[in-house]
Design a protein around this ligand. Structure first.
Ligand code: B12
Ligand code: SF4
Ligand code: SF4
Length: 370
């Protein structure tokens, strides 16, 4: 078994993964209760699949009855510079680190498939592979496999990679012993992540109200972004890294060596994306995770960021998108235009909308703003 573990780890590291650990496929009572209390408080908002997945997540055998151990893998995706600096460039579209290059789901899946074939060919071992999108309790198993501790921002923090680790798993039908010693929680009295969160989504240590999280609001949320949170989103157009970026443990991390996951140095301007149409969006984000939210949701985010930009040069784009066939886009434009135009223009715009608009949601936006 020791030789198997050594060969397996060597093979995993050869593929550019950074950390490996092992866990039994069982979930303790406390974690089940905490997950349930997260659901009961409705912190998951519209992510109803987190309810549907509950039974499977606390019992991995429901995914694969043969599973005896879970190999948890960490992929470092640390950026070169601290992304917090991007919050200051109000004219730039602030895209979270994980989405600045290729889709990590695809990049990691390709590597996992190679490991899966190797396990089958060399050891005649069947296995199952997962990254993010399956009903796996990823952070729980990562903690159990000693990849790190669950930080107060709720994600796994590692002493070597800080808060910048993607998680992936391989289910194996054989038992692999995991070391008894447990990684100690390194948060101590620090609460920087809770303090920095612009929308106060971290409601307590290790507890997130996802409905307030900018990542949820800009990625998962299909409708309008709640008015009370729009200003706090600033220039973020896809996801958020603030609670991760502030973490002091990041000082031990170094930039990822996985070229396909290295973040770009220069952010694009908001006007760059405001000039896009659906076709251009699909082509530009062909390899990016951003393609998953589709053109309309992405445009909604860019429009809200434009409203926060204090840049009057963006007004012309907002007038163009005010004619969009999607009421979500028109409603977002109403809000953003009212952040940028003067009193005289506001009066003119209000009159024009009242004469031409019939959609209740767009009229509601107008009613709320003036
Ligand atoms: C749903 C989801 C989200 C939601 C909800 C986030 C959340 N924290 O749960 C939203 C859309 C907001 C989100 C955002 C992000 N996500 Co996300 N997300 C997921 C997903 C698909 C499921 C997570 C889940 O089950 N949440 C439900 C709750 C119940 O789980 P939980 O946090 O583990 O809850 C526990 C704690 O509250 C804890 N608890 C409560 N009280 C206490 C007390 C103590 C002392 C302790 C220790 C624990 C504790 O108990 C609960 C049960 O264990 C996972 C992938 C997966 N399949 O697991 C990725 C995942 C968690 N996301 C990830 C990432 C990278 C992000 C973002 C950074 C992306 C971005 N840049 O925008 C942000 C970070 C926001 C944040 N601070 O969490 C990574 C995290 C990697 C890591 N190192 O941990 C994952 C694992 C994906 C991956 N494969 O890499 N995400
Ligand atoms: S990702 Fe951003 S909005 Fe979400 S909890 Fe972290 S700091 Fe708050
Ligand atoms: S910022 Fe501080 S409290 Fe938050 S995860 Fe990092 S060490 Fe823990």
């Amino acid at each position: 078994m020791n030789d198997f573990k050594k060969n397996l780890e060597n093979y995993i590291f050869q593929h550019g993964f950074d950390v490996v650990g092992y866990s039994s496929p069982s979930v303790d009572k406390k974690a089940k209760e905490e997950y349930l209390s997260f659901l009961n408080k409705n912190y998951h908002g519209e992510m109803k699949w987190l309810e549907r997945h509950f039974e499977t997540k606390i019992n991995p055998k429901r995914i694969w009855n043969n599973v005896k151990s879970i190999i948890v893998i960490g992929q470092n995706y640390a950026p070169k510079k601290n992304p917090l600096i991007n919050n200051l460039s109000l004219n730039k579209a602030n895209i979270s680190v994980y989405a600045q290059n290729e889709d990590y789901h695809d990049v990691i899946k390709i590597k996992l498939k190679k490991i899966q074939s190797w396990l089958l060919n060399k050891y005649y071992l069947d296995s199952k592979i997962f990254v993010d999108s399956s009903p796996i309790f990823e952070k729980y198993f990562a903690k159990k496999a000693n990849l790190g501790w669950q930080g107060k921002h709720t994600n796994i923090v590692s002493k070597e990679y800080g808060s910048w680790l993607f998680l992936a798993e391989i289910f194996l039908p054989v038992e692999i012993k995991s070391p008894k010693s447990k990684i100690i929680d390194g948060c101590g009295s620090c609460a920087k992540c809770i303090e920095v969160c612009p929308t106060k989504a971290l409601v307590d240590e290790n507890k997130i109200d996802a409905r307030k999280c900018i990542s949820y609001l800009t990625i998962e949320n299909k409708g309008p972004i709640p008015m009370s949170l729009r200003k706090k989103i600033g220039n973020k157009v896809y996801g958020c890294d603030d609670c991760l970026s502030i973490c002091p443990w990041n000082k031990f991390s170094s930039e990822t060596t996985e070229v396909k996951l290295q973040s770009s140095i220069e952010s694009k301007t908001l006007s760059f994306f405001l000039e896009f149409n659906k076709d251009k969006f699909q082509k530009y984000f062909f390899k990016s995770p951003i393609k998953r939210i589709g053109w309309i949701r992405f445009l909604r985010n860019v429009i809200i960021a434009a409203g926060n930009s204090e840049n009057k040069n963006l007004i012309k784009y907002l007038y163009i998108h005010l004619k969009n066939e999607s009421s979500l886009i028109r409603g977002s434009c109403v809000w953003s235009l009212f952040q940028l135009i003067n009193q005289k223009e506001k009066k003119k715009l209000k009159k024009m909308i009242l004469e031409t608009e019939t959609n209740k949601y767009v009229l509601f936006e107008l009613g709320m703003i003036c």
